[in-house]
Design a protein around this ligand. Structure first.
Ligand code: SAM
Length: 305
């Protein structure tokens, strides 16, 4: 059975239903680990198909393995799965035994483990995950910025389950409530799209809010040139006071903020939530001309609006 070609989807993996797996391994969900499990393989297979999995895949937080099984059934050649909860490891090992050589389970914290050395050499991996809500945004920001100015990224796509509110921040357009640093950072170098929503009822236990599947695909080139570090500084300062005019919010970066905006050809009275990505990039490009810009503190790792 293990020689099923990866490109051909399988009807069933003949492993026990996920409810049974959870009962057998005593995997009562823990809130502290952001555990909301997906037990319906039809849904997890829909997510894997939406991601168009084909080659290597990195999964964060496989838990009892509902999405992991779907990824393997839908054609992922290799899945590298990082799970922090050691209670889940025996259930994941059973999946690995069903798909010999195709599942690599890494026990530990995804914030501390780099999956790249664990992947077979070859094509860039896709990242597919039902992320734990407590570390989801931090991981997303890391994936967006960790390559620095080198682009495209090491991953070929991100297909991620988020609370709908976070997914909306990623795809938001200027002049909307959800628009912020995360929107600019993501859309500058990636295409972003909400594929579909998932009701709280699909999870065990159900979360309080609706979730969304978000698809992020790197663009070959950023939309407009800018250095990432400068774009991060500008968006951090601008969105720290999102309703203020840019000449006021950017003063924390550059004393002559009016001059900075003039060089960038951006109206000084514009507010952060109305500035588009092209304008943020223009300000980021002008920033190095101002000697006090170097004093600006780098933004915190967690991106907030
Ligand atoms: N993928 C499973 C599913 O869809 O049913 C579980 C998803 S659940 C929302 C999040 C999973 O991430 C849990 O299994 C949890 O133990 C794991 N997790 C939480 N924090 C983690 C971390 N820092 N590193 C790796 N895994 C983590």
């Amino acid at each position: 059975m293990s020689d099923t070609p990866p490109e051909r989807a399988v009807a069933d993996d003949d492993l026990p239903p996920l409810r049974e797996v959870i009962a057998t391994h005593d995997l009562a969900a823990r809130k502290s680990l952001g555990q909301n499990f997906l037990l319906d393989l039809n849904l997890t297979r829909r997510i894997a198909r939406a991601a168009k999995v084909a080659g290597p895949v990195v999964e964060i937080g496989p838990g009892p393995g509902g999405l992991t099984r779907a990824l393997l059934m839908e054609g992922a050649q290799q899945v590298v799965a990082i799970e922090r909860d050691e209670r889940c490891l025996p259930a994941l090992e059973d999946i690995g035994a069903r798909w010999p050589g195709r599942l690599k389970i890494i026990s530990g914290d995804a914030l501390e483990i780099d999956p790249r050395p664990h992947l077979a050499a070859g094509s860039a991996p896709q990242v597919v995950a039902n992320l734990p809500y407590n570390v989801g945004t931090e991981l997303l920001v890391r994936w967006l910025v960790q390559s620095g100015d080198a682009w495209p990224s090491w991953w070929s796509s991100l297909t991620l389950m988020f609370q709908r509110e976070v997914a909306e921040r990623v795809v938001a357009q200027p002049r909307s409530k959800a628009y912020g640093r995360l929107s600019v950072l993501a859309q500058w170098r990636c295409e972003t799209k909400i594929l579909f929503d998932v009701s709280p009822k699909a999870f065990t236990p159900p979360p309080k809010v609706t979730s969304s599947i978000l698809q992020i695909t790197p663009r070959a080139e950023p939309l407009w040139p800018a250095q990432l570090a400068n774009l991060e500084k500008v968006t951090a300062a601008a969105f720290s006071q999102r309703r203020k005019m840019l000449r006021a919010s950017l003063r924390q970066l550059v004393a002559q903020s009016e001059r900075l905006l003039e060089v960038a050809n951006v109206p000084e009275t514009l507010r952060a939530d109305a500035a588009n990505i092209e304008q943020f990039c223009a300000i980021a490009r002008a920033l190095p001309q101002f000697s006090d810009a170097g004093k600006a503190k780098p933004p915190p790792p967690e991106t907030r609006r």
